[in-house]
Design a protein around this ligand. Sequence first.
Ligand SMILES: O=C[C@H](O)[C@H](O)[C@H](O)COP(=O)(O)O
Length: 230
Amino acid sequence: MTDDLKRQAAEAAIEFVEDGMKLGLGTGSTASWFVKLLGEKVRAGVNVVGVPTSEATAKLAQDEGIALTSLDEIDRLDLTVDGADEIGPDLALIKGGGGALLREKIVAAASARMLVIADAGKHVENLGAFPLPIEVVRFGKKASERAVAELISELGLSAELAWRIRGGELFATDEGHVIIDASFGLIPDPEALARGLSEIPGVVEHGLFLDLAETALIATPEGVKRLTRA
Ligand SMILES: O=C[C@H](O)[C@H](O)[C@H](O)COP(=O)(O)O
């Protein structure tokens, strides 16, 4: 059921693709549907070029026969289509459940437009039930963790911090960094938290995507809802 909804959101996003576009290609199970459907469009003759937001998406796009480039080769992307872990008020997002947040944010910021696609379960009244990914460099990672904890307490919040582990090892992002997952339950002021996290030297990026998504396509059992940021 959820997978069906993810596919429906991706199908709706395909309608935004025009011949000649430079596209940011998101990461995750929902964005993968978009990449697969884009592959069908390419095989049907539509000419696009993509910038993938992860090694996994690069591999999938290559398998689908989608031409790829990098942000070093082009000036600007027309459109980025990506999934999210949570979509809150004003299309504020939590992303990074798959660890691709850094490249995803760079690609979204280089795009004229970011379109986020999701099943209805991701649409929330307030951000924070999904643990917020915070990407830190390996050097001094314990000091970075302490700085994150201090910031959280200065902001009057509380959160459980956990290093992301996969296969018994610290999870490594495509850029070789590690991730702290911060379980807040509720993030009452995402802007203040985002600002504070960005000021910590060892924090490379965090999963709060604020003022980036312009449109959301949310697939519900009653059809795909389109939300636009005011
Ligand atoms: O790092 C991963 C990305 O931010 C994903 O877009 C996000 O986790 C949503 O993934 P999914 O569509 O698999 O739920």
